[in-house]
Design a protein around this ligand. Structure first.
Ligand code: ADP
Ligand code: MG
Length: 360
């Protein structure tokens, strides 16, 4: 996609100049909050939505004016869109019949897809006789039989319950490994994005915020939006002032947080200025009372996850959250005070206005 824009008929600009290259065989996830234009972007790729500016190419060929049916893509929707009066087999065979493929070839393709998805026993059932997960697999099967150049998925797991969603997530990842096809997958769920994507395209308000591998997004977010969006619980984010006393540090309320050498690019530009500080909950460590250079926190809420706990606490006039090993958190209760340190080499610093990460 090159400089692609979308202005809807009512004048609303949904997509603001997107540039994105998806590699052959890649599993690319588009993720972002509801309304950020993930579906619009996917539908433009599919040809279901006209583009207002820019160009979209598939296999090196501009497809701006190519009809959806001639783009050789297959799309799987959240609501599955199965034909209720047809059996699973007929649903899967439908697009091939429309293309007038020979009967035995259709059968071969449907059988192969059913095999891959482990739904051979379901071929004679109607959609209403299937569970949500099975329907989802049939919808994917309908895409597989078409041997598309690219699979497009728009929140395909959103209608499933939490447990099934995790299961289907793994199944789809496995499917990608088997088929080695190019897949573009839309979700608002950053956990789905992190676990499934070879690369992730983080979007907000019709713009791309960053495209990178899951680990790079997590460790090197280029801006405040990506830092806050990726990761659960979310990164602690608060305002601070860069000290101009010659120390490499910031001031929060009456506290001082030292930053490692050269943490802020062009530090001189930021002396005395406000910035945002970001620190992930796992880089806040509870320490003994006698530990020098530690801060005091007061517990507000504890969430026990079993192996670890999320400790919500107040400190430096902020509401913060720490991710703490279960054995340590069991000594805490709401209202209790504790000492903690932050792993300062893991701190991110963002420009107050541009929100760009100035500490990478
Ligand atoms: P997402 O899939 O990320 O939730 P969408 O692509 O559905 O977001 O929508 C992006 C933005 O475009 C939203 O603000 C939405 O209200 C708007 N939008 C979607 N479809 C239309 C339309 N047909 N006409 C006008 N605005 C639309
Ligand atoms: Mg959508």
């Amino acid at each position: 996609m090159e400089s692609v824009e979308k202005i809807y008929d009512n004048g609303f600009k949904a997509v603001h100049g997107i540039n994105l290259e998806v590699e052959d065989g890649e599993f690319m996830v588009l993720v972002g909050p509801s309304g950020c234009a993930k579906s619009t972007t996917l539908r433009m790729i599919a040809g279901l939505e006209d583009i207002s500016a820019g160009s979209i190419s598939i296999d090196g060929k501009v497809v701006n004016d190519v009809l959806p049916k001639d783009r050789e893509l297959a799309m799987v929707f959240q609501n599955y869109a199965l034909y209720p009066h047809m059996t699973v087999e007929e649903n899967m065979a439908f697009s091939l019949k429309m293309r007038k493929l020979p009967k035995d070839e259709i059968k071969e393709k449907v059988d192969r897809a059913a095999e891959i998805l482990d739904i051979k026993e379901l071929l004679n059932r109607k959609p209403k006789q299937l569970s949500g997960g099975q329907r989802q697999r049939v919808a994917v099967g309908r895409a597989i039989v078409r041997d598309p150049k690219v699979f497009l998925f728009d929140e395909p797991l959103s209608n499933l319950d939490a447990k099934l969603r995790v299961h289907m997530r793994v199944q789809l990842s496995e499917l990608h490994q088997k088929l080695k096809s190019t897949m573009i997958y839309v979700t608002h769920d950053q956990v789905e994005a992190m676990t499934m994507g070879d690369r992730i395209c983080v979007m907000n308000l019709g713009k791309i915020m960053q495209v990178d591998t899951p680990l790079n997004l997590y460790n090197y977010p280029e801006n405040k939006f990506v830092a806050a969006f990726i990761g659960s619980p979310a990164m602690n984010m608060f305002k601070a002032t860069v000290n101009s006393d010659g120390s490499q540090s910031v001031k929060v309320a009456d506290y001082r947080i030292d930053l490692p050498e050269n943490k802020i690019n062009n530090l001189e530009e930021y002396l005395g200025k406000e910035v945002y500080i970001g620190i992930r909950p796992e880089y806040i460590n509870i320490v003994n009372d006698d530990f020098a250079e530690s801060y005091k926190g007061k517990v507000t809420v504890l969430e026990h996850m079993g192996n670890e706990s999320f400790v919500y606490f107040t400190s430096m006039g902020q509401e913060l959250i720490a991710r703490i090993q279960a054995e340590i958190s069991h000594k805490l209760k709401p209202g209790s005070e504790f000492n903690y340190q932050v792993e300062s080499d893991k701190i991110h610093v963002f420009d107050e206005l541009s929100e760009v990460n100035i500490s990478l």
